[in-house]
Design a protein around this ligand. Structure first.
Ligand code: GLU
Length: 605
């Protein structure tokens, strides 16, 4: 990584300038223009939001590197996409360091409180598991110790050239001066109205005057600006210790409910000790070889790298390019189901459960799993996990046990991709889990707390790698991915979408590496997700185009969408393609209202 350590005194001088440069234009007038594709040189940023992408590009133009820009962009997303991500949540940061040629990771996932009992998700009144909605989703009991502020600091410490104060400055400005509300923001607020009305602090911030912010109005979050200022001045200790930490704990243990709400809102277990003891985890990316590339992903506690990697290994033996499109998609769906079966059986937080990562990513294991794919017929789902303890790469192996837990992850989160002029790459997925997280805004602090612990299995089973344990990280599906060829990065991508993150990333990789699509086409193409369940969820355009043909294979396709959102979409990806100095930044053309891609020096025309 290109360390451009700036002496403290220069930094202090530079700070007001940086603040000024990103200043008033951010708030006044129309929102920055957004484009789903941008081509050029000198660095690139892609995110779902035009303000955030602009912040990232300005950091790059001012000499910051990809990590500086990624942190600044993420901080801006905490302002403009507060229902998807922010300092009340967690995420996974993946970096290709141009200096060493290595891909390294930071696990900034939320942790379970140390006093969280194994039956935390069982209602003491009934002895039965809390219903997922609304009890678990809108609760203190699902709030994990946030990892995002610590992730930003850790990333800057390891690779950055800016201080956290510098990286937070542009976002603070946007929070203070406001941003233009778009349709997505209003709709997400309305989707959450009942939950947001349940908390005094949340209602005050997001439902001022009893209504969701109007499209085109300016939304300010001065509380969040003050919180960012505090962290800028006093560092992340001001978040993990002291008054703010105590306020977070209070909001979790005794949520600030409104009198009128009928939502039950179970209380949580977080303590100041949990916050004080929170640590990110440094790691190495997972790796698989695929069609001459190396695909680097996020290791556990995320299941992203292992599940995407295993599915690619399963597909490696089939030349998808030669198959017709439906046959190729059939293989994609089957490989995904098999990899999801193994994910459920084997993947959890490696500090609490032995994850057989080497076996899950072994080509021989994958060959044996691939034998189960009938090229003409969909297998019955759920299908059983493979046996990582005994495999020989040949067909005919006995499965382990059939296990397919109901998938309770929801569709939220945000993702960003940054490349700088030195060739460093950041792929970063961050979340507060559900759109709107737990629904609880920390009073007077301007940010929502996550409900990430809903990613644990609800019912305790001693054999389940994703069972609740104190201090543990719930299994994630986040899949920030960097692809290299001969040691050089060629592509970075990621997406939100709960467990469909895995299928979205997988599908985009296949679209690009196998099916001959350009990067913008690979992202725009209609999506479908097979997560080892009876049904394949699919976007309307996918159903229309491939529904009949895949039904003839025995797949059951149903429209995507969940109880919380009105959209029938899967994912909201960002990506950057790299060809020497030429960069193609890509965001969604349509999904979530379209994303924002930008480059430092655009090509003309
Ligand atoms: N909680 C999910 C995960 O870690 C991400 C949330 C989402 O994208 O909906 O996999």
């Amino acid at each position: 990584m290109n360390h451009r350590r700036i002496p403290a005194v220069l930094l202090a001088l530079a700070l007001p300038a940086a603040t000024l440069a990103v200043g008033s234009a951010e708030s006044a007038g129309a929102a920055p223009p957004k484009k789903p594709t941008a081509r050029g040189t000198g660095g690139a940023v892609s995110s779902v939001d035009p303000y955030a992408t602009r912040v990232g590009l300005r950091v790059l133009r001012r000499g910051g590197n990809a990590v500086d820009a990624a942190v600044a962009t993420a901080a801006a997303l905490g302002v403009t996409e507060p229902y998807s991500a922010g300092i009340g949540g967690g995420g996974y940061f993946v970096v290709y360091d141009a200096k060493t040629g290595r891909v390294r990771t930071i696990d900034g996932r939320e942790t379970a409180p140390r006093t969280m009992p194994r039956n935390a998700f069982i209602d003491p009144k009934t002895g039965e598991p809390y219903p997922f909605t609304p009890e678990l989703v809108t609760s203190g009991v699902s709030v994990g110790t946030p990892g995002t502020p610590a992730t930003w600091q850790r990333a800057l410490d390891r690779w950055g050239s800016w201080s956290l104060a510098e990286a937070l400055a542009p976002a603070t400005r946007i929070a203070r001066e406001g941003f233009r509300v778009d349709r997505t923001f209003r709709q997400q607020t309305l989707d959450n109205q009942e939950r947001f009305e349940a908390f005094r602090s949340t209602k005050r911030l997001f439902l001022r005057g009893g209504d969701a912010p109007r499209v085109g109005s300016t939304f300010r979050n001065r509380d969040l600006a003050r919180t960012y200022d505090l962290i800028a001045r006093r560092g992340t200790d001001a978040f993990y210790e002291g008054r703010l930490a105590r306020q977070i704990v209070r909001a979790v243990r005794k949520p600030p409910k409104t009198r009128s709400t009928t939502l039950p809102v179970p209380r949580g277990h977080l303590t100041t000790r949990d916050l004080k003891r929170y640590r990110t985890v440094d790691g190495r990316a997972t790796q698989v070889a695929y069609r001459g590339y190396r695909v680097h992903g996020m290791p556990p506690s995320s299941s992203g790298g292992s599940t995407v990697g295993e599915a690619l290994n399963i597909l490696e033996g089939t030349n998808l390019r030669r198959l017709d499109r439906t046959a190729a998609l059939h293989h994609y769906l089957e490989a995904s189901a098999l990899a999801f079966a193994d994910r459920a059986e084997y993947v959890g937080d490696p500090r609490f459960t032995r994850v057989p990562l080497k076996h899950l990513l072994s080509q021989r294991f994958a060959r044996e799993r691939a034998c189960l794919i009938d090229p003409a017929r969909a297998m019955a789902k759920p299908t059983a996990a493979g046996n990582v303890r005994s495999y020989d790469g040949k067909c005919g192996a006995a499965p382990a046990r059939a296990a397919a837990a109901e998938d309770t992850e929801n569709v939220s989160t945000t993702n960003l991709t940054v490349v700088d002029r030195w060739g460093n790459v950041v792929e970063y997925t961050l979340t507060i889990e559900q759109t709107g997280g737990s629904g609880i805004v920390v009073p007077g602090r301007g940010f929502l707390l996550n409900n990430e612990l809903t990613d644990f299995s609800t019912v305790y089973d001693a054999d389940d790698p994703n069972r609740i344990q104190p201090g543990k990280r719930p299994r994630s599906s986040m899949s920030p991915t960097i692809v290299t060829k001969r040691g050089k990065p060629v592509l970075a991508l990621g997406s939100p979408g709960g467990s469909t993150i895995i299928t979205t990333v997988l599908q985009m990789l296949i679209n690009r590496l196998d099916l001959g699509m350009s990067l913008p086409q690979a992202i725009a193409a209609p999506r479908a997700a097979q997560r080892n369940t009876a049904n394949v969820t699919a976007e309307p355009a996918f159903l229309q185009r491939y529904g009949d043909a895949l039904t003839a294979y025995g797949h059951t396709l149903v429209p995507a969408g969940d109880a919380f959102t009105s959209a029938a979409e899967i994912g909201a990806a960002t990506a950057i393609g790299i060809r020497g100095r030429r960069l193609t930044a890509v965001a969604e053309p349509e999904r979530r209202g379209g994303g924002a891609a930008g480059v430092v020096r655009p090509f003309r025309g």
